[in-house]
Structures are given as structure tokens and as C-alpha cells.
Design a protein around this ligand. Structure first.
Ligand SMILES: C[S@@+](CC[C@H](N)C(=O)[O-])C[C@H]1O[C@@H](n2cnc3c(N)ncnc32)[C@H](O)[C@@H]1O
Length: 355
């Protein structure tokens, strides 16, 4: 049952006296030493004080750690994450205690039973942006209505792959009784399929927030009768064969560092073999298997292997019908310097059929 799912949220810190405080006028050098020694600091008086301390922390780390290649950026981020997570802020009565704070509805929605607790400042920043996205919604070029991504759920920030899928759906002339959307996220691919007349979509996700969020978003509307959800690995409880299976999987192979725990971004060794095995059983004889991918891992030298090419070469289960590619718009001038690898990035839409 979807209502029994445990939502992922930042773990509230409920006890512990914090002796180090930070406000305007506090010695920044001292504060950074406290953090580097592994001790927490509580932000007091104004929300802005937290922003200043994090800015100072960035300035401090920029002097210490190079931050240009993709790998260097990851080291930098992990050091920043470690220290910034020691910067704490108090929540009282589901609200941030410091003055001039944004109001963040998640503090009430995600913590109905705990009104007073501590969170780290970056967690609060994450909750704050997630609240803006959720409340204001995000326009997606291929969809008429905005999506309202739930806290902790993946949503697209670039749309080239959605345009590829949209163009493909436009020309698709097979039957449209049902489809499976593996890793449904905030539901964009399912919504595209519904837009093109699919009668039923079965979606799964291993992230409870994706399932909880979509269930809430659809409520009791017509949409909720068209999209059925299951919290589960790969195909979850869906056993029936469908004419279309889509999967926009994580695009990067996981590595040992802390950065790679996000299941929306990093895949483990078993994911693709298990997916193709499950898809083989659930795709109707004339059905299409559509995967969205990118050359990001290859152009950043994280992997020489392409999991879809590998399946086609060695799996013996599927053959290639077509592969459409689209280059990703170059980053803006400001970010281009650090992200030169982005310039050759391409998204890919793979259409496979049974061998
Ligand atoms: C890149 S996101 C794509 C989300 C959405 N389909 C879209 O295109 O915007 C990948 C999604 O797959 C989910 N996921 C990762 N591994 C999974 C697995 N083994 N089974 C089901 N879902 C998985 C993630 O939680 C995430 O929501």
C-alpha cells in the first residue's frame, strides 16, 4: 500500500547541546576550524548568517582544492558536503527559528510528529528549493501542464531527451493499450505516453518519494486511473506483457565515493542485465523497448562501457531498431569554463525489439 511507504527525508537531529554559535561578527576563521575539527556550529539570529558561513566555507575550500575537472569537482563537493553538514539550524514549531527565513512547507509535511528539531543548513537549503519547485511547479516543454516534483524526487532540468521521446511517440503507430515506465520519477515519460493516447501506464520506482509524490499529485483524478504505481525494483509487481517499455535509467556507473549513492544518477553492475532480463519477459512479441541514455559517462572518462551497446552485442535478447541522438545545448558562458565536457554531450533514444 502506497500509504504505508516511509518517505525519505533528512534525518532530524533531536538532541545534543551545540556550544558553538555563529552570527554576524563571529570570527569566520575560528568557525571553519571548528568545522574542520568535526564539531557542529549552530546558526543564530538571521538565516543570512548561515548563507554567509557557507560562502566563506566555499572560499576557504576553493583555495585548498582544485575544482576544474569532473573528478576534482567530486572531491571538492564531498569535502564541502562533509563540513557544511556540521552547520546546523534550529526548527521550532515546524519553522526555522532564525529570522528572515524562507517558509518551507516540507517542515510540516514531512515531519508531522516532530515539531522541534535541528537540521543542517544544506539540508534546509535543499528543502527550501524543493519546496519552491513543488509549489510553483516546473514547466516541461513537451507537456501542457507543469509537474510538481515531490521532495527528493528526480525531475528533468534539461529537456533534449524528452523532445527525442516526444518525436518518437508522435510517429509511433503500434497499439497503445499499455506501457511500463521503469523508474517513473516525477512521471514525465508516463505523462508523455498518456498525452499520445496510451490507455494505461504501469510505473515503478525504488524511491518511495517518487511513488508517494505521484500518488499525491494524481489524487483521485482521471489520471490516477491511467497511471498505476508500484514501489519496487525494476518491474515491481507488474508481470503482464505490454507493447511498450520505457526506461530512463541512471546514466553514470557507481563508484566507491559517497557521491554515488543517488539511485537516480548512478547504476550498479546488476541494473542493466536484470532490466533486460525482465524486459525480455514483459515485452509483447511486436513490442518496443525504449531506453534514454547519454554519453556522459564516456566523455567524462568514468566508463568506456556503454550498457546498452553491451546488451546488444552480448545479450542475445534484443536487436536495435534505431538510435536517435541529440546534442545537449552548450552550457551558458558563466558555467562553460568549468564544464567543458558538457559541450560534447549527447542524449540518446534507443529503440529495441525482440531478436
Ligand atoms: C534518471 S531518473 C528518470 C526518472 C523519470 N523516468 C524521468 O525520465 O524523468 C531514474 C529513476 O529511476 C529510479 N530507479 C533507479 N534504479 C531503479 C530500479 N532498480 N528500479 C526502479 N526504479 C529505479 C530512480 O529512483 C529515478 O527515479
Amino acid at each position: 500500500m502506497i500509504t504505508d511507504l516511509q518517505v525519505n527525508k533528512p534525518e532530524p537531529i533531536v538532541s545534543g547541546e551545540i556550544t558553538e554559535l555563529f552570527k554576524r561578527g563571529t570570527d569566520v576563521q575560528h568557525a571553519i576550524e571548528v568545522l574542520e575539527a568535526g564539531n557542529p556550529i549552530l546558526i543564530t539570529e538571521f538565516y543570512n548568517n548561515g548563507l554567509s558561513l557557507l560562502q566563506e566555507l566555499h572560499a576557504h575550500l576553493r583555495k585548498k582544492i582544485p575544482n576544474s575537472s569532473f573528478q576534482e569537482q567530486r572531491v571538492y563537493r564531498s569535502e564541502y558536503r562533509k563540513l557544511s553538514n556540521l552547520v546546523l539550524v534550529q526548527i521550532v514549531n515546524h519553522k526555522l527559528e532564525v529570522k528572515k527565513s524562507p517558509s518551507i512547507g516540507w517542515l510540516e509535511k514531512l515531519y508531522p510528529e516532530t515539531s522541534d528539531f535541528l537540521l543542517s543548513f544544506p539540508q534546509v537549503q535543499g528543502l527550501n528549493s524543493a519546496w519552491q519547485w513543488y509549489q510553483n511547479g516546473i514547466s516541461i516543454p513537451v507537456l501542457r501542464n507543469k509537474i510538481h516534483p515531490y521532495y527528493g524526487t528526480y525531475f528533468p532540468t534539461r529537456f533534449e531527451h524528452l523532445v527525442l521521446f516526444d518525436n518518437w511517440l508522435k510517429r509511433y503507430n503500434g497499439t497503445k493499450k499499455s506501457a511500463i515506465d521503469v523508474g517513473i520519477g516525477s512521471g514525465v515519460l508516463s505523462l508523455q505516453m498518456i498525452k499520445y493516447g496510451f490507455q494505461k501506464v504501469f510505473g515503478t520506482d525504488t524511491n518511495p518519494n517518487a511513488i508517494i509524490g505521484l500518488a499525491e499529485f494524481m489524487g483521485d483524478t482521471k489520471l490516477s486511473r491511467k497511471i498505476e504505481l508500484d514501489f519496487g525494483d525494476l518491474f515491481g509487481k507488474w508481470e503482464k506483457q505490454t507493447e511498450l517499455i520505457v526506461f530512463n535509467p541512471p546514466w553514470l556507473p557507481e563508484s566507491q565515493d559517497l557521491d554515488s549513492i543517488d539511485e537516480a544518477i548512478y547504476y550498479n553492475k546488476k541494473l542493466f542485465p536484470d532490466f533486460f532480463e525482465g524486459a525480455k519477459q514483459r515485452l509483447l512479441p511486436e513490442g518496443k523497448l525504449v531506453l534514454i541514455f547519454s554519453n556522459l559517462a564516456q566523455i567524462t572518462n568514468m566508463s568506456k562501457e556503454h550498457p546498452i551497446e553491451k546488451e546488444l552485442a552480448e545479450g542475445g535478447r534484443f536487436q536495435l531498431e534505431r538510435c536517435l541522438k541529440k546534442s545537449v545545448k552548450a552550457a551558458s558562458e558563466k558555467t562553460k569554463r568549468d564544464q567543458h565536457w558538457r559541450s560534447s554531450e549527447e542524449v540518446e533514444l534507443w529503440v529495441l525489439t525482440h531478436t
